[in-house]
Design a protein around this ligand. Structure first.
Ligand code: NAD
Length: 228
């Protein structure tokens, strides 16, 4: 079975109603990321950070996967598919993908603020101040904040090296180290990018550019790959 590696960003969930980040002038749902998505923000105002992610979690629970998420799951009929996502939502899993690597964590889990390896499922949308891990420290969202290490990056690099087909969907390629993953895909591998506004960074000539929204471009490409 050929290996398809799909790298996704906020754009794939946009049509499920979850806003992207850079489309709105560097604000995330109206918030400056420095105020809500950094370790410093957590030190200064943990209550605000907790509330911000509680709202994101509520929106995520209320959202449904779209045809792009479902199409990627369907690709598993013929290929060994790994989805590497920068998204913290769980729409790939709910869309049926069985092999998903969350580079930046997942919002439906909490994490010890003392030991990042201690994570727990969250029941419902709200994680409250005062809720503690087994070590007695405050629980925070299980997400990678700007300025933090990305523990899954070397796993993701290895997966990209193994790709026979590579698909990039809905990412501005502005967040590192995730954006650098495209450099680990072998030169001769067919590479596709699906985005209504292809990022201006240099992708080289090797990418086939599909300038479409995810719900159009992904199902079309999947259909093509299923009949090859
Ligand atoms: P980004 O917001 O920087 O870029 C979004 C990209 O998606 C842009 O290139 C845009 O043209 C494209 N896009 C917009 N609508 C689209 C559509 N309908 N179909 C396909 N593409 C579309 O996103 P990023 O590169 O993923 O970086 C943002 C960071 O913020 C990520 O690390 C992520 O963790 C976080 N974030 C996550 C979510 C989520 O989990 N759903 C939402 C917002 C931000």
């Amino acid at each position: 079975m050929k290996k398809v590696v799909v790298l996704t960003g906020a754009g794939i969930s946009a049509e499920s109603g979850l806003k992207t980040f850079r489309d709105s002038d560097g604000l995330w749902e109206g918030y400056d990321i420095q105020e809500v998505a950094t370790p410093q923000a957590w030190d200064w105002n943990p209550k605000l950070v907790q509330e911000f992610y509680n709202m994101r979690r509520k929106a995520c629970i209320e959202a449904s996967p779209n045809t792009a998420h479902y199409a990627l799951a369907k690709l598993e009929d013929k290929y060994d598919v790994t989805v590497i996502t920068q998204n913290i939502d769980d729409l790939h899993e709910r869309g049926g993908s069985t092999n998903v690597v969350h580079l930046h964590g997942i919002i439906t889990r909490s994490q010890s603020s003392e030991d990042a390896e201690l994570t727990y499922p969250i029941d419902g949308w709200e994680l409250k101040m005062g809720e503690q891990c087994e070590l007695g420290s405050q629980l925070r969202p299980h997400v990678v904040w700007f300025g933090e290490d990305v523990p899954m990056i070397s796993t993701a690099m290895d997966i990209c090296r193994q790709a026979d087909i590579f698909i990039l969907v809905g990412s501005s390629l502005a967040v590192y180290p995730a954006a650098g993953l495209i450099n680990f895909v072998r030169r001769e591998v067919p590479k596709y990018i699906i985005d209504p506004k292809i990022p201006s960074i240099s992708l080289g000539d090797s990418f086939i550019k599909i300038e479409e929204k995810a719900t159009i471009g992904v199902p079309e490409l999947v259909e093509e790959l299923l009949v090859i």
